[in-house]
Design a protein around this ligand. Structure first.
Ligand code: NAD
Length: 269
C-alpha cells in the first residue's frame, strides 16, 4: 500500500517537484504536513493512507541532537530580525556546519524545506523546540554555590534559552539564606521537597559530594542531571546525566593541535 501511494502520489505534480525532494516514503499525508500546504486532492483511484496512529518515533543520532540547539539559536535570532524564510545554505553558514549535514539533521525531524524557497523560520524553530522538549516549562536547580555555582547563577544565557534558574542550593550553613544573583540560597532538603516535573539539576559540588547530591535528587524524582564535578555518577535507568568537563575539552584541543603540528612536520620535515 505504501509503495503504491509513493508511485502514484499526486503531490508530485501539486508540489512542483518538492515532493520528489522529500524522498517520499509513501505517505502523501506526511508530505502535506511537512510543507504546511494543506490537504491535496488525490488522483483518481489512488487513496492516501489515512492513519490516526501517532507516527513512530525516529531515532535521532546524538551528534544531530547536539546541533539542534545551535540551529534553534540561529533561527530565533533570525525571527527576532524579522526573517521569515531561510535557505539551508544560509542556515548552515550561520550555524557553522555544512549545508548537506544540516539538511540531513533536519530530515530526522521530518523537515525538508521547500526547494528553491527554504525553511519557514518560525515553523522550523517550533519543530526543533518541540523535539528538544522545550515546549514544556523547564527549571534549573544549581547545587553547590561555590566559585562555579556563583558564575552559573549569574549567567543570563539560561533564561534567554528558556531555562529558569529557580533554585540555588548549598549545604554550608554560612551560605544557605544568603542572596546570590537576586535569589536566596536554600538547603538541599528544601529542594527535595519541590515538584521535580521539568526540573534539571546542575551539580557544582566537589566530586566527593556529587554522588550524594545525585542520589538525593533522583530520589525526589529528578530525571535530568548536568554534572560539572569530575566524577562518574551512578544513576538508575531512566535518569539522564550529561557531564561538562572543560579540562577534557582543553585536552582534546591539545590533542588536535599536536596532531596538526605532526601532520605539518610530515609534509615539511
Ligand atoms: N566541569 C568543569 O569544567 C568544571 C570547571 C570548574 C569547576 N568544576 C568542578 O565544579 C565543582 C565546584 O567547583 P568550585 O570551584 O565551585 O568549588 P567550591 O569549593 O568553590 O564550591 C563547592 C560548593 O559546593 C557546596 N557543597 C558541598 N557539598 C554539598 C552538598 N552535599 N550539597 C550542597 N552543596 C554542597 C560547598 O558548600 C561549596 O559552596 C568541583 O567539583 C569542580 O571540580 C568543573
Amino acid at each position: 500500500m505504501r509503495g503504491a501511494v509513493s508511485t502514484f502520489c499526486p503531490l508530485t505534480r501539486l508540489c512542483a517537484g518538492v515532493h520528489k525532494r522529500l524522498q517520499c516514503r509513501g505517505s502523501s499525508t506526511r508530505c502535506v504536513e511537512s510543507f504546511g500546504i494543506g490537504p491535496a486532492p488525490h488522483a483518481e483511484g489512488v487513496r492516501a493512507p489515512v492513519s490516526t496512529a501517532p507516527a513512530p518515533r525516529r531515532e535521532i543520532p546524538d551528534a544531530t541532537v547536539a546541533r539542534l540547539p545551535v540551529y534553534l539559536r540561529v533561527l530565533r535570532t533570525l525571527l527576532a530580525d524579522g526573517v521569515d524564510v531561510v535557505s539551508s545554505e544560509e542556515l548552515a553558514e550561520a550555524a557553522g556546519v555544512r549545508s548537506a549535514g544540516l539538511r540531513r539533521d533536519l530530515s530526522y525531524l521530518g523537515s525538508y524545506g521547500v526547494r528553491g524557497v527554504g525553511y519557514d523560520v518560525a515553523r522550523l524553530a517550533d519543530e526543533i523546540a518541540r523535539e528538544l522538549g522545550l515546549t514544556q516549562d523547564r527549571f534549573v536547580a544549581i547545587v553547590g554555590m561555590g566559585n562555579l555555582g556563583h558564575a552559573l547563577a549569574a549567567y543570563s544565557g539560561f533564561a534567554t534559552r528558556g531555562f529558569e534558574v529557580r533554585w540555588l542550593v548549598d549545604n554550608d550553613p554560612a551560605i544557605v539564606g544568603t542572596q546570590i544573583a537576586e535569589r536566596c540560597v536554600v538547603a538541599l532538603e528544601e529542594l527535595t521537597r519541590q515538584d521535580p516535573d521539568g526540573l534539571i539539576v546542575v551539580i557544582a559540588t566537589p566530586p566527593a559530594q556529587a554522588q550524594d547530591v545525585a542520589d538525593a535528587v533522583v530520589a525526589m524524582g529528578v530525571r535530568s542531571i548536568l554534572n560539572f564535578a569530575p566524577c562518574v555518577l551512578t544513576v538508575p535507568d531512566g535518569v539522564e546525566v550529561r557531564k561538562v568537563d572543560l579540562a577534557t575539552e582543553l585536552q582534546i584541543l591539545a590533542f588536535h593541535e599536536q596532531r596538526g603540528r605532526d601532520d605539518l612536520r610530515e609534509v615539511n620535515p
